[in-house]
Each structure stands twice: as structure tokens, then as C-alpha cells.
Design a protein. Structure first.
Length: 278
């Protein structure tokens, strides 16, 4: 690609101000500068709005806050609103508990390709290490340094391998990994026009797979996944998952099964309701 795309970063959040603050520091020191940040807020209290307002005063790129009332888990709804509000041609998705490496958006921009979506990677941290990381550890890049992480907490072999690999090794690992290039909300990207063509996220879905189902519809439309899990990294901070229920997981699995079996590339329960736009 001759010219790198302009990016709209969409970051989902809900009532986790301490984690969101760390993530916003991470996007303030990106090597790639041609982007906007949209915080897609699933009904957080005023503390989140106040935090974002504080950052907006001198943030290096446009920072917007899109919010709706808290009526239970409706993350896919606010993400669809954010897709339509996005001003740029390429959309990177992440969560408000995932600190990006400073070249995170640069990697997505470089590897963006027509007819593909990108599947990035993450290193999951425990609660002790998640809490320990300070703003200066993020802006300096120390929190992505393997010796620093090992000195301050536990680091598994998979995390070590991802963080310690240079560009050449990371590319080889992405080529040989047995992991599928699936769409994961914490670190994936796609062209805005492709997301609108499949009608965004299926808003019937709760926690546990709505991002995967979106990726499966992209695949059904001919938009194939591309693996960059060792080249575009974020640190996934620990958190509870009180919204995870057996019923929601079963419902989601049934929707995904239907999408795969019938080859759906479009949902009637997304950005537009009850009408097909093909």
C-alpha cells in the first residue's frame, strides 16, 4: 500500500476508570499519528466522562466520547454507533483494559490490506502486575520490556515470546502459528466500508463471541483474516467478568453456528434493523 490509511480507533469501556486511564496514556505516545480515538462507552458513570474530559485538554489526537444509558450489557450497540461516527477509512478495535505498545497503530496501518482484516495479539497480565503499572511505565515503554515485567511480576512463556520477538521472528511466528486469524475486539482491525457492508455487530449477542461472529461474517463476504498476533501487541489488564453467563454463551454459540452453517455475511440485528443492504 502506497499510502497508509487514516485510522479511527474504537475503544470499548464500562466503569473501569483506572484501567482506561492507563490505556489512554498508551495511545498518547503512538509512533503513528494519523488517527482519532473514539471511546465507546456502554453506560459508565460520570467518572469516565470526567477522565476523558481531562485527557481531551491536551491529547495529541482527536479524542471523542460516545455514551449511552446503562441498560445492561449493550456493548455491541455502542460499538455500532461508534462505527458510524468514525471519520476515517480504517477502524482498529480495542478495549479500555488493553495498553498498546507504542507501535501498535503503526503495525495496523502498515499491514492493512484491501480484502483482509487484521488479527492482533495480547499478553494477559495478572491483577498484581496490572495494578502495578504506572503512567510513566507506559509512556517510557518499560511495561513492554521483558526484564522489567519479570522483575515486577509473572510472565508466561507465550507472553515472553511475543514481547521479545523482533520484526523478522514475529513475522515467522505469525506465519507458522496454529492459531486462527480470528476477529478479537481487544486487537483487530478492518476497513470501515467492509464493516458497514455486513451491518456491523449483531446486537442480539452478549459477552462471549460477538467479535468472532462479526469476523465470521466478514469471512463469509470474502474478507479473510490476516495474522499479526506477534507484530501488533497490547497488554491485557486483569478484570472480573460478572456479565458472563451460561445463558448468554449458549445464545451466542447458537447465533455463531447459524452464521457458519448458512454462510451469513449480513445481520438483520446490527447497525440497520430489519432491512438488508447489499
Amino acid at each position: 500500500m502506497d499510502k497508509l490509511p487514516k485510522i479511527s480507533l474504537i475503544m470499548a469501556t464500562y466503569n473501569k476508570v483506572d484501567w482506561l486511564e492507563k490505556v489512554l496514556y498508551g495511545y498518547s505516545v503512538q509512533t503513528y499519528k494519523d488517527f482519532e480515538v473514539i471511546v465507546a462507552d456502554d453506560g459508565s458513570g460520570p467518572e469516565t466522562r470526567e477522565l476523558i474530559a481531562r485527557f481531551q485538554k491536551d491529547y495529541p489526537v482527536p479524542l471523542r466520547h460516545i455514551w449511552h444509558e446503562d441498560e445492561g450489557y449493550r456493548r455491541q450497540t455502542i460499538l455500532n454507533v461508534a462505527i458510524m461516527e468514525a471519520k476515517n477509512e480504517y477502524i482498529v478495535f480495542t478495549d479500555g483494559d488493553c495498553i498498546p505498545k507504542n507501535d501498535f497503530l503503526e503495525r495496523h496501518a502498515i499491514y492493512a490490506e484491501q480484502g483482509r482484516f487484521l488479527s492482533g495479539g495480547y499478553c494477559k497480565l495478572d491483577m498484581e502486575l496490572s495494578t502495578l503499572i504506572k503512567p510513566e511505565d507506559i509512556t517510557s515503554g518499560n511495561c513492554f520490556d521483558v526484564p522489567w515485567l519479570k522483575e515486577h511480576g509473572k510472565l508466561g512463556s507465550s507472553q515472553h515470546r511475543k514481547l521479545a520477538s523482533g520484526e523478522t521472528v514475529a513475522k515467522i511466528l505469525d506465519t507458522i502459528t496454529p492459531s486462527n486469524a480470528s476477529f478479537n475486539n481487544c486487537n483487530s482491525s478492518a476497513w470501515r466500508e467492509d464493516l458497514i457492508a455486513i451491518n456491523g455487530y449483531d446486537e442480539r449477542m452478549q459477552y462471549g463471541g460477538p467479535d468472532r461472529e462479526l469476523g465470521e461474517r466478514l469471512e463469509n463476504r470474502g474478507i479473510k483474516g490476516k495474522q499479526i498476533r506477534h507484530r501488533a501487541l497490547c497488554l491485557h489488564l486483569d478484570h472480573s467478568r460478572g456479565y458472563k453467563t451460561k445463558e448468554s454463551l449458549e445464545r451466542n454459540l447458537a447465533i455463531r453456528k447459524d452464521t457458519k452453517k448458512k454462510g451469513y455475511a449480513y445481520t438483520y440485528h446490527g447497525i440497520k434493523k430489519g432491512e438488508e443492504n447489499q
